[in-house]
Design a protein around this ligand. Structure first.
Ligand code: SAM
Length: 259
């Protein structure tokens, strides 16, 4: 049966077997790990993930793909037809006795951030490999003082080591999308920075980037500027600095001095 790609679900199916193998090989799992694939589509990547013999749960929103995907099911592989953002991973995986979780997905760019927010606090999450729009990959891997660096970059760097793995040409997909893609990997940091109060730390990051063109001082009017100034001086930073020039460690120091 021919399934017409739905644009509204971001359906661009990967056709290049070498790229698919490379994505699957970017994670090293053992038989007691759990791989979660988001948006398996027609199962192009699923077949390579199954070769790893780990537990595997695939979440696909489009029920038209049931017939194609259901054939992958077995005692270690579940295919669940559901919006991943509504999924209860702990409930769905309760019969699998797994150690670490590996997320892998070729996902539409418009749900990249909601997906990350849905899984970021998952216990046992070891790594995420995402095939995303190239601009999104650049934003996630951006370093301070670049245009792409923003609150999400800082936030993600707190949890993960983020690596830009490789580019994927738009011609590797069918239908061919308008944009280029790239594969990135997020590896859970074994030790997080010593932040005294996480809630304050996250709020400070958000507030610092509230108005991107404004200086830090303008964005942080509700905070004790004298304390902030001391930390900036300690790091040889100017008072008129913008948030995009601050590293994760400086945000940590600022949050800890304000805590
Ligand atoms: N992994 C396949 C491949 O590489 O060929 C398909 C990738 S396609 C870019 C994205 C897939 O995600 C589609 O199959 C789409 O139906 C599915 N999808 C979109 N939104 C979803 C959601 N919220 N939850 C689960 N799957 C979703």
């Amino acid at each position: 049966m021919e399934i017409k790609a739905k644009k509204s679900l971001g359906q661009n199916f990967l056709q290049d077997e070498n790229i698919l193998k490379k994505i699957a090989n970017s994670i090293k799992t053992n038989k007691n790990d759990l791989i979660i694939e988001i948006g398996p589509g027609k199962g192009a990547l699923t077949k390579y993930l199954k070769e790893k013999e780990s537990y595997l749960i695939c979440y696909e929103i489009d029920e038209r793909l049931k017939e194609i995907l259901k054939k992958h099911e077995d005692n270690k592989t579940k295919i669940i037809f559901k919006d991943f953002l509504q999924a209860n991973i702990l409930e769905d995986s309760k019969n699998f006795n797994y150690e670490n979780i590996y997320i892998i997905a070729n996902i539409p760019y418009y749900i990249t951030t909601p997906i990350i927010k849905h899984i970021i606090n998952l216990d046992n999450l070891e790594s995420m490999t995402l095939l995303v729009q190239k601009e999104v990959a650049e934003r996630f891997t951006a370093i301070p003082k670049t245009k792409a660096y923003g609150s999400l970059t800082v936030y993600l760097n707190y949890y993960f080591h983020i690596n830009y793995l490789f580019d994927v040409s738009r011609f590797a997909f069918n239908p061919v999308p308008k944009v280029e893609s790239a594969v990135i990997n997020f590896k859970r940091k074994k030790e997080k920075l010593d932040v005294k109060n996480e809630e304050l730390f996250f709020k400070l990051i958000n507030d610092s980037f509230k108005m991107k063109r404004k200086t830090l001082k303008n964005n942080l009017k509700e905070y004790d500027w004298n304390k902030i100034k001391k930390i900036l001086e300690k790091n040889n930073l100017n008072e008129n600095i913008r948030a995009e020039e601050l590293s994760l460690e400086v945000f940590r120091d600022l949050a800890n001095t304000l805590a």
